[in-house]
Write a protein that binds this ligand. Structure first.
Ligand code: FAD
Length: 289
């Protein structure tokens, strides 16, 4: 299928992009890497009159760590650049590892981190990572700039807190705990596919007690938004992630997750797989602590 006719423009500043989005005479849509948008146009799932390319806006090309130790990823920053960045690999290895599960090198060299987050496919890798790392999202539009936390950002399948006339400027990842371990596990039908189910785990180690001080467990493919599972996290806190804790975490996942079925997997298969991946991820994350 071919897209319906559309115009294309390259915005040179954030102000220009926002003005184009706010123009009531034309239905404009942001284009970043185009790796989800162009297929949607070809399938006529989206029919914008104007594509506003934001990848040449200098204000959006930053990949920096600020004085507080937080990582800022501008909206024009590609997934491949992020995964290869030494500061990201050192400080946010969960993010770098998850990006390597996205599609193929060609996709990652065009697709942006913020584009994946703004698109919010519930089977995508990055929303679950953003939730696990407690990311913040800086959004601008005609009503000004606001910051939204990850727990409020993902609203429903293919829907986020970014309004039709707004632009996601950057994703901000706070510094991870000093002594922590992480793991990302996913099941896909073929290498490079979207996740049938995936889990991000972040464990903070109490260096005095030698046990887990805090835990974050977030699944993708288990609901319309990234699913954080406090019941599983509670089974890990205060333990050394031994057999008993892992069995309790597995039970919590089986009891607490209610994924839906689709052509790729039944709900029961997704739930069993999620519980299995959780055990594997917790084991790895603890070893990395
Ligand atoms: C063959 C193939 C395989 C893929 N496999 C995977 C996979 O395994 N896992 C995975 O997660 N993804 C996968 N993807 C999707 C890929 O990760 C995309 O790059 C990503 O989903 C969207 O990023 P983008 O920069 O290309 O955004 P675009 O496609 O340009 O935009 C996507 C949507 O987000 C909006 N948008 C983009 N940026 C902004 C912004 N800054 N502010 C507001 N709205 C914005 C656009 O308007 C559009 O609606 C795959 C894509 C292809 C083609």
């Amino acid at each position: 299928m071919k897209p319906t006719p559309f115009d294309y423009t390259t915005a040179r500043s954030v102000a220009e992009a926002v003005a184009l989005l706010a123009d009531p005479t034309r239905d404009a849509k942001i284009m970043a890497g185009g790796q989800s948008l162009i297929p949607m146009l070809n399938m006529r799932l989206a029919r914008p009159e104007l594509l506003v390319d934001i990848t040449r806006i200098p204000e959006l090309s930053h990949l920096t760590v600020d004085a507080s130790g937080a990582l800022h990823i501008g909206a024009a920053v590609r997934q491949s650049r992020t995964a290869a960045d030494p500061a990201v690999r050192r400080g946010w290895p969960l993010l770098a590892a998850a990006i390597e599960h996205i599609g193929h090198p060609q996709i990652r060299s065009r697709g942006t981190v913020c584009g994946s987050l703004a698109h919010h496919d519930p089977a995508a890798e990055l929303p679950t990572v953003a939730r696990a790392l407690d990311a913040r999202f800086v959004i601008t539009g005609p009503r000004g700039i606001r910051t939204v936390r990850a727990e409020d950002f993902f609203v429903a399948t293919f829907s986020t807190a970014v309004g039709e006339d707004e632009l996601l400027l950057e994703a901000v990842f706070p510094p991870p705990p000093a002594q922590h371990g992480w793991a990302f596990e996913e099941l896909t039908r073929r290498h490079g596919d979207f996740a049938t189910v995936a889990v991000s785990v972040l464990l903070e180690r109490d260096s005095v007690a030698g046990t887990v001080r805090s835990a974050r467990v977030v699944f993708s493919g288990a609901g319309p938004v990234p699913v954080r599972l406090p019941a599983a996290e509670d089974t890990l806190v205060g333990t050394r992630v031994g057999e008993e804790a892992l069995a309790a975490a597995r039970r919590a996942a089986l009891a607490g997750l209610s994924p839906s079925a689709d052509v790729h997997a039944s709900a029961a298969h997704r739930r069993e797989t999620a519980a299995h991946l959780l055990v594997r991820a917790c084991t790895t994350a603890w070893e990395r602590c």
